[in-house]
Design a protein around this ligand. Structure first.
Ligand SMILES: Cc1cc2nc3c(=O)[nH]c(=O)nc-3n(C[C@H](O)[C@H](O)[C@H](O)COP(=O)(O)OP(=O)(O)OC[C@H]3O[C@@H](n4cnc5c(N)ncnc54)[C@H](O)[C@@H]3O)c2cc1C
Length: 372
């Protein structure tokens, strides 16, 4: 059967790999002219490690793991002067010692290299409209000529265009968790020497994570939903600086300077996508498009990889009936997605305590380990 996959990140690449493995004719359409390579490192963990092994890419992932070996804790919390006052032990933030943290660009390259050469890629285009005619989907593109596919896989992230076209507006499914996140790349050697360090004030966090080859600032603040233009990065920077920039302590002025100057600032709501069903007719969603958990779960990438695998296996078992294959896929993956989403409020509580009392309680609960 022919399938169109919209989105070429972890969910799209996993779906493309596994659907090609079961003999489908796969076309991938990716809106960006090239696959997004920058951003915070991500985790391959839990059952996704088995999926990676079955794809033959586990050794490459292991060989390219992010350089975190010298970290004394997953995150060390510091006061305004930089003195450690609490630490989240690595064991509290990971599934097992087998979890692998890897730079986004490395995982994208590794997954890409594993794909069958028969997978067709269309970069720089996206879907304008979808018409499910019962026996197929007829797809109109913004640039290319219309095409017909047996089914459509939406793997285009939390702000999925496929979801909007087929299931309805984002507002029906996206749940703002009451906070925003800002990520900014920093120059190597920014001063935290292979550690992940965070300074909090009530309702705000300022973090620096040093992976040797990549140093990133990651900041967040509590706020109700804000109206802004998703395409206007300067407006997003201003929102971030207005919300976070008036603190003269720790590395805050330096972080603000980089937010002001960088053209690679990432800004988004901490949100989850919660949907009653991940498929409609001949369209199915995988990855963040279906069940974004928020970066705080640390499981979004693993879920995306697992989703592509389960989808193909269930479609194969359904022997030519996509609708029942989609149902089987959702039944298998939903417990994983629910678990990942349900853990986020607690993580938000200790990464971004709302009050001075909650902050003090967090530091009491996770004291600095004197042995490290
Ligand atoms: C700041 C940040 C930190 C994170 N940290 C972690 C972490 O530590 N661990 C972890 O496991 N996960 C983390 N995540 C989550 C993880 O990045 C996502 O869960 C994961 O990338 C989801 O993969 P995906 O393929 O579903 O979506 P995405 O990675 O969002 O990819 C969607 C793809 O679709 C493309 N696209 C978008 N719109 C269209 C369109 N209309 N047509 C065609 N293509 C389109 C995009 O360009 C992109 O390539 C983090 C996320 C963020 C934002």
């Amino acid at each position: 059967m022919s399938v169109l996959v919209s989105g070429a990140s972890f969910a799209g690449l996993s779906a493309a790999y596994w659907l090609a493995e079961i003999g489908e004719q796969v076309t991938v359409v990716e809106r960006n002219p090239a696959v997004r390579r920058t951003g915070a490192p991500i985790d391959v963990r839990g059952d996704a490690l088995g999926v990676a092994a079955d794809m033959g890419i586990l050794d490459a992932i292991t060989a390219n793991r992010a350089k975190t070996a010298h970290r004394t804790a997953f995150t060390t919390w510091v006061d305004a002067g930089g003195k450690p006052i609490g630490a989240l032990p690595t064991e509290a933030a990971t599934d097992s010692a087998d979890d692998i943290e890897i730079l986004r660009e490395h995982l994208v390259d590794i997954m890409h290299a594993a794909l069958s050469p028969d997978v067709e890629f269309v970069h720089g285009d996206w879907i304008a409209d979808v018409d499910d005619v019962g026996s197929a989907v007829e797809v109109t593109f913004v640039h290319g000529a219309p095409r017909r596919f047996d089914y459509l896989v939406g793997a285009d992230g939390m702000h999925s265009g496929v979801r909007r076209l087929v299931f309805g507006p984002e507002a029906d499914y996206r749940h703002h968790l009451g906070a925003y996140m800002v990520i900014v790349p920093l120059p190597a050697g920014t001063g935290v020497a292979t550690q992940s360090v965070m300074y909090n004030t009530p309702g705000r966090s300022y973090g620096i994570s040093d992976f040797t080859d990549l140093v990133i600032g990651y900041l967040s603040f509590r706020s109700p939903e804000i109206e802004y233009d998703f395409h206007d990065v300067e407006e997003q920077k201003k929102i971030a600086i207005d919300a976070l920039g008036d603190d003269p302590n720790w590395y805050v002025p330096m972080l603000m300077e980089h937010i002001r100057e960088s053209d690679e600032v990432f800004f988004d709501s901490l949100s989850q996508i919660r949907m009653p069903g991940w498929s409609r007719g001949r369209t199915v969603l995988v990855g963040d498009a279906a069940h974004a958990t928020s970066p705080l779960s640390g499981r979004g990438t693993a879920l995306a990889m697992l989703g592509g695998h389960f989808l193909a296996k269930e479609l194969q078992a359904a022997a030519g009936d996509p609708v029942s294959g989609f149902a089987g896929y959702e039944k298998r993956l939903r417990p994983y997605a629910d678990r990942a989403q349900d853990g986020v409020p607690e993580a938000l509580g200790f990464m971004l305590p709302a009050t001075a009392e909650a902050l003090a309680e967090r530091n009491r609960r996770f004291p600095v380990d004197p042995r490290r």
